[in-house]
Write a protein that binds this ligand. Sequence first.
Ligand SMILES: Cc1cc2nc3c(=O)[nH]c(=O)nc-3n(C[C@H](O)[C@H](O)[C@H](O)COP(=O)(O)OP(=O)(O)OC[C@H]3O[C@@H](n4cnc5c(N)ncnc54)[C@H](O)[C@@H]3O)c2cc1C
Length: 521
Amino acid sequence: DQGEEVEGAQVSSVVCGCCETLEDNSHIMSYGACDQLVIGELKAICEEVYDQGEEVEERSIDRSGWGPFMPECVVCPKTVAEVQAVMRLCFAKKIPVVPRGAGTGLEGAALPVRGGVVLDVMQLRQMELKKDDLVLVCGPGWFKVEVNNMLEKHGLLFGPDPSSNPSVGGMAATSGSGLSTLKYGTSRENLVSLQMVLPNGDLMETKRLVRKSSAGYDLTQLFAGSEGTLGVITQLAWRVHALPKLRVGSLISFKDVGAAARCVVAFRHSVVPSLARCEMLNGPGMQATNKKFKMQLEEVPTLFLEFQGDNIDQLMEDARNTEQMAKKHGCTGYVLAEEGSKIDDLWEARRGCFFAAKDWNDRPEADNVYPGDCCVPLSSLPDVISQTEAVFNGCGLPPIMCCHIADGNFHLLVPYNESERATMMACDKKAVELALAAGGTCTGEHGVGLGKMKYMKAEHGDVHVQVMRNIKKAIDPLHIMNPGKIFTMTDEEAVPSMSTGEVSAVVDGPSVAAAATSAKL
Ligand SMILES: Cc1cc2nc3c(=O)[nH]c(=O)nc-3n(C[C@H](O)[C@H](O)[C@H](O)COP(=O)(O)OP(=O)(O)OC[C@H]3O[C@@H](n4cnc5c(N)ncnc54)[C@H](O)[C@@H]3O)c2cc1C
């Protein structure tokens, strides 16, 4: 590397393949070595730095099935100042940095595909509850469940509710949501402000802690969902909500997923003020739930509803209204639980769908579970969800569908073994094509990571992807923040393959066999 010195980093004068400028080409350069000298400097900044053993291996995977991708080292800063110092050093040495929360991601977003440093944020656990403002300010290292337990003591609740128990930093970084989006919104709607450490170590706040502000670009929303590619979230300010005193639940069965979805569309078009959760499992989802959680529920597509509020008459009226609507849409069963706590076991089972999927399948060695995450407009939900289920069934891979259905968001959990990978990927491609053709997205809440990169251009088009690349270059000119995620900086850039783990210039997609299967669908 015989490049010139730019802000402390070596940058070569090779002309960039995508922007054809000399100044702006640093993102296609190779990275600096994270050698023992650098690790020594990191150890001088942070007490906990690991370059071998379990601590490193654990961070080479997440829940996605991608990897392992080994980092050169893991750093666990305890203060924001330490994060800044780590970033300054890595910026000067041009070393990749991958922020990591709880590692529950389903798309490989937290994996260090270009090596370098994994920056584990789980020890950043400052917290201040501004109760009068209904705002919680906290570090990214708190788990969602911990935050809710703490808030409950104050009669408050944390709105976004993924089925998993991630870090609140990871939730913001992936724009996650979950079971209560209908009433409380996604992470995005609940974020008031973010504190960010930028790639060069600079510190900034995205907004004052006010409900609304028209003062310039909305940087909170830019950094939310950026999956660690623009900086490290070191503090978050969240809106919190009054904890409802009463809950009522109901279960509604249908003969097929299309009928259930049509009923949900009717709910959304009506005034059902207390409806806070509306989830769906399909037949295999109910089967897997029965098997895993030793239940005896009817194994047909089923809606799980929860009504929340402080007035039991309102809750019961809303429950009765949904029952009437469900009957009009051909429901085959309706069970009401006047005390919401009676359906808590069912919510736990609904949350456990991913693990139930792993145990459900009788096929030998079906130890991988593919997680689909499409989201479509309500108007096309009944058709797309039925067609998607049919695509997988048609290929002999019956999917478990567990859906945040009132948001138009449906997860497919498909257990598969290695010999079925090509077919599974062909079905995945078809499912995403169906969602995109209906005006939907390839990911409603899990993020892009590695798994959905191949769909970015189809979903957004060339101009949108180029704008994202330009934003990335402006904030992270050396391309050190979580490189190789969401999009590549050029169309030629190498990306890893899920099946082989190798990094190649071809975007991971169906293999030749998978492409042949895809053509038949
Ligand atoms: C069983 C199961 C159920 C799930 N259900 C849901 C669901 O209902 N809804 C949902 O939205 N998701 C769900 N997920 C996916 C996952 O839990 C979410 O994507 C979660 O928000 C990831 O948070 P994490 O702390 O685990 O982040 P990680 O997996 O550690 O990281 C995810 C991404 O965020 C970035 N990141 C993490 N922390 C920071 C930070 N402080 N600063 C900058 N970037 C950061 C990482 O670089 C990476 O790109 C589920 C996962 C599982 C295993």
